[in-house]
Design a protein around this ligand. Structure first.
Ligand code: F6R
Length: 239
């Protein structure tokens, strides 16, 4: 695993944006796997700036997002579709028809999982996947469990994730109890993974990742088995 330790959130955001921009420049029709949450917001701001400055173009880029709450309407301002529009897609030259987020309105979430998995395979996999990490070590919404699901699926959120994500909602009871998420196998279809981590509250999850053991009790530890992972983090996560 490559590890890039940055002095603060701003530097982490810039370094991650530069890594993503390298992929877009070398392969303009690439497939980007994207994440939501507070961690990648600054990276998206850098990508918007680079796009406006003419340094990179998203014209031929296809994107697939890691996850979406279930059920949720895409117009809901807490949906991950809404997040992506507001934080990136509305500000760059991307063709929104080439952007995908799991459908939080699907009648049959299991069928939606299969559709999404087939989509990722049809795209030929993901060139670079951005990941954040939960305090409990989750990646996407693959929560700690006795076993982990390989493919895109519907999952129950753990009480710790509901509590962590309640900061974005009016109250904890408004947080959806389920989500559609890429599985560990879907994430591993990415040729390259960039894991972004900032904040001392993620320290335990990152220590587990760096302890060179794998355990489904901390799903991010699985990333030790992937051949091309770069951890871009702030000093407070590793000191
Ligand atoms: C988001 C996602 C989650 C987050 C994680 C960290 O699409 O899949 O795994 O990356 O919960 O969230 P933040 O960045 O808000 O700390």
């Amino acid at each position: 695993m490559n590890i890039i330790v940055c002095k603060n959130y701003e530097e982490m955001s810039l370094r991650a944006a530069e890594l993503l921009a390298e992929v877009v420049k070398s392969k303009p029709a690439c497939v980007l796997g994207l994440a939501t949450g507070s961690t990648p917001v600054g990276m998206y701001q850098n990508l918007i700036r680079m796009n406006k400055a003419g340094e990179i173009s998203f014209k031929d880029v296809t994107t697939v997002n890691l996850d979406e709450y279930y059920p949720i309407d895409p117009e809901n301002d807490q949906s991950y579709r809404y997040f992506m529009n507001v934080n990136l897609f509305d500000h760059v030259d991307i063709d929104k028809a080439k952007t995908s987020v799991p459908d939080g309105t699907a009648k049959d979430p299991e069928a939606e999982g299969r559709r999404y998995e087939a989509l990722i395979s049809a795209l030929g996999g993901i060139d670079v996947q951005i990941l954040g990490i939960g305090r409990n070590g989750h990646i996407g919404f693959n929560e700690p469990d006795a076993s982990l699901v390989l493919d895109t699926h519907v999952t129950d959120l753990t009480p710790s994730t509901i509590e962590a994500n309640s900061r974005f909602f009016a109250s904890e009871k408004d947080v959806p109890r389920q989500a559609l998420t890429m599985g560990i196998g879907s994430i591993f279809k990415a040729k390259k993974i960039i894991l972004m981590v900032s904040g001392a509250e993620k320290k335990a999850a990152v220590s587990a990742l760096l302890a060179r053991r794998i355990s489904t009790a901390s799903p991010a530890t699985m990333l030790n088995l992937h051949p091309d992972v770069t951890l871009v983090c702030t000093t407070d996560v590793v000191d």
